[in-house]
Design a protein around this ligand. Structure first.
Ligand SMILES: [Zn+2]
Length: 237
């Protein structure tokens, strides 16, 4: 799921005006579908809120430069689309997460080491902080130094980390503070559940796991993973 919002956000940042009118219309339609899905599933809310904010900011700039603007179509249509974005933002801000009716084992029923193990798999520090706000026990776990150390080492190189050392009052490295410092300075490692693969031999794009009948002698060596940015770059001449 992460791939699409990331792609839409990159387009919103810089490529919106290079889309044709039909493509701009499709962009808005896809975005609407994504927002509806998030409202239904109640997942990835922050991701989409950030996307909408980026898009709205871009559109504000573009609409203000009317005349020079390269947005295709009547300006009123874009004002209407911006109103839709504001409406979606409001819906996402007011979303009430419904607690699942399931009454079995919950996260906090698991042994501590398992809870910690699961927390180590969260790749965004903000999720750890949110999780810590759920219950006092989780608060203690979410402050685990090793957890934050691993998170720093996952996203950043040793060199980047060495440049942003922060010591706590006890004289130890404060990995949590360092993490939030580091994300302001360097891009985090991108990770996607689904990635696009490009076969350089056949010039075929496919999702990872859906293989094409490759004619290369050694298919594995011709295939490269594409990030959303790499995908956009394919359209640059
Ligand atoms: Zn191939």
């Amino acid at each position: 799921f992460y791939f699409y919002p990331q792609l839409l956000e990159l387009i919103a940042k810089s490529q919106l005006t290079s889309l044709s009118g039909i493509a701009q219309k499709n962009y808005m339609n896809i975005l609407e579908k994504v927002v509806q899905k998030v409202l239904e599933d109640q997942q990835n809310i922050r991701l989409i809120r950030e996307l909408l904010q980026t898009l709205y900011t871009s559109l504000c700039t573009l609409v203000q430069r009317v005349g020079k603007s390269v947005l295709v179509g009547n300006i009123n249509m874009w004002v209407h689309r911006m109103e839709s974005i504001l409406h979606w933002q409001q819906q996402l801000n007011n979303i009430q997460i419904t607690r699942p009716a399931f009454k079995g084992t919950t996260f906090t029923d698991l042994p501590l080491c398992l809870q910690l193990n699961i927390m180590q798999r969260l790749s965004d520090g903000r999720d750890l902080v949110s999780l810590g706000q759920v219950a006092p026990d989780l608060q203690v776990l979410s402050e685990d130094r090793l957890l934050w150390k691993k998170l720093c080492q996952y996203h950043f190189t040793d060199r980047q980390i060495r440049k942003r050392l922060i010591l706590s009052e006890k004289g130890q490295l404060d990995w949590k503070k360092m993490y939030f410092k580091l994300i302001r300075c360097y891009p985090r490692k991108e990770q996607y559940g689904d990635t696009l693969q490009l076969c350089r031999h056949c010039h075929i794009l496919s999702w990872k796991g859906t293989d094409h009948p490759c004619t290369a002698n050694n298919p594995e060596t011709c295939s490269t993973s594409l990030s959303p940015q790499d995908f956009i770059n394919l359209f640059r001449f």
